[in-house]
Design a protein around this ligand. Structure first.
Ligand code: FAD
Ligand code: UDP
Length: 363
């Protein structure tokens, strides 16, 4: 056998594994079915602007080890995510904080804002049973109607009353004038884009692009003693128990001859009537000065086989299906499943890195 490890997928999970194994002296081959490195964190250079081709990516973590780890490859800038929400032409700060409460109700102190929210919370008497009830009990009906309902129903393609409450647990609510979306200690974007981060991780490692492992499984399997597979776990097993479900996204990008289109990297559109959920203006992630700009509108939609899988639908039905595949995966002694598709889990980048480092140390 020519290689110690074959790594299927050059996304963040595969690249961290490849880097660490190579560092330990293992002979590694990385294959990816796409024509570029980086999986979903791939950024493409458009005349100086790094375009996040598969959706906006902001690195954030509380873990100093992980922060130092990524900074050992490339320098990160001081980007802080502070999106705005546009509802019927009016702008509101996110996440929900004292600025948002002032814009909505004119309240100036935390107690004034809390009084309004407490009054509106009263309509939920028992424990919240779904996302709608969870949102109202968290921030009241006003914010739910204007900033949550439309956005969430577009994003998930179903009524908030039919969605699990945990989806919005990620959204912070603050009684300070703080528009920082994340509460983590460390945050930023790699200067020069995420592709540079991946290129540094894969420096000196053999990579073959446009190679679909599943189309050439027999031959490629013979090349290495162990395989790390970061593609969809159900596809590996030819969907024998059925396909795991996802939500997908369509990205519509435009290059515009203006320096500054919307003045912020992310603006969410929270009303139901506007079909996209947000507009990303990529140059604001990396603070570059150019005469043009690139914007991307994000349209969520129902996923079907063949579409790009973005958000796993972690409901009971799909989790049961995933468990079947995971049990089957354990019978494949020399194949190790990892990453967001292998684990069928929405994982932020810092968690993907942690999970990859754990896998390598176990191996
Ligand atoms: P991927 O990046 O999907 O990599 C898998 C790779 O495997 C791909 O390159 C694919 O082509 C390849 N592959 C699959 N099957 C095969 C095959 N048969 N043969 C060969 N190659 C194959 N995280 C954050 O921390 N901050 C954010 O702001 C953030 N924003 C996000 C926004 C969106 C819209 C989405 C969907 C995710 C976001 N994430 C964010 C999460 C982030 O994208 C993931 O943590 C990360 O991309 C996961 O890396 P991965 O290597 O597991 O998967
Ligand atoms: N959300 C919302 N309004 C917003 C932004 C988010 O209602 O303006 C809700 C929505 O249900 C979304 C969830 O909060 O799915 C998590 O949002 P986050 O921005 O963390 O996730 P992303 O959409 O970036 O994956």
């Amino acid at each position: 056998m020519e290689y110690d490890f074959l790594i299927v997928g050059s996304g963040l999970f595969g690249s961290v594994c490849a880097h660490e194994l190579n560092k330990k002296g293992k002979k590694v081959l990385v294959v990816d079915k796409r024509g570029h490195l980086g999986g979903n964190i791939y950024t493409e250079n458009n005349d100086g602007i790094q375009v996040h081709k598969y959706g906006a990516h902001i690195f954030h973590t509380n873990d100093k080890y992980i922060w130092d780890y990524v900074n050992s490859f490339v320098e990160f800038n001081r980007f802080t995510n502070s999106p705005l929400a546009n509802y019927e032409g009016k702008l509101f700060n996110l996440p929900f904080n004292m600025n948002t409460f002032y814009q909505l109700w004119g309240t100036k102190t935390p107690q004034e804002a809390l009084d309004v929210i407490n009054q509106q919370r009263k309509e939920i008497v028992a424990g919240p049973q779904n996302l709608e009830e969870q949102a109202i009990s968290l921030v009241g009906r006003d914010i739910y109607e204007k900033l949550i309902k439309g956005y969430t129903e577009k994003q998930w393609g179903r009524a908030c009353s039919e969605l699990p409450a945990f989806i919005i647990n990620r959204l912070p609510v603050r009684f300070t004038y703080d528009n920082n979306y994340f509460s983590d200690r460390y945050q930023g974007i790699p200067i020069g884009g995420y592709t540079k981060l991946i290129e540094c991780m894969l420096d000196g490692i053999e990579v073959r692009l446009n190679v679909d492992f599943l189309k050439d499984k027999e031959l490629l399997t013979k090349l290495a003693k162990e395989i790390i597979y970061t593609g969809p776990i159900d596809e590996f097993f030819d969907y024998q128990f059925g396909a795991l479900e996802y939500r997908t996204l369509r990205f519509e990008s435009e290059t515009l001859p203006v320096e500054n289109y919307q003045g912020n990297a992310v603006i969410n559109f929270t009303e139901r009537q506007i079909p996209y959920t947000r507009i990303i203006e990529h140059k604001h992630f990396d603070f570059v000065s150019t005469k043009h700009t690139v914007i991307t509108k994000e349209y969520p939609s129902e996923w079907k086989l063949g579409d790009e899988p973005y958000y796993p639908v972690n409901d009971n039905k799909n989790m049961e299906l995933f468990k079947q595949y995971r049990t089957l995966a354990k019978t494949k002694a020399n194949v190790h499943f990892g990453g967001r598709l292998g684990e069928y889990k929405y994982l932020d980048m810092h968690l993907v890195i942690k999970s990859a480092l754990n896998m390598v140390s176990e191996l």
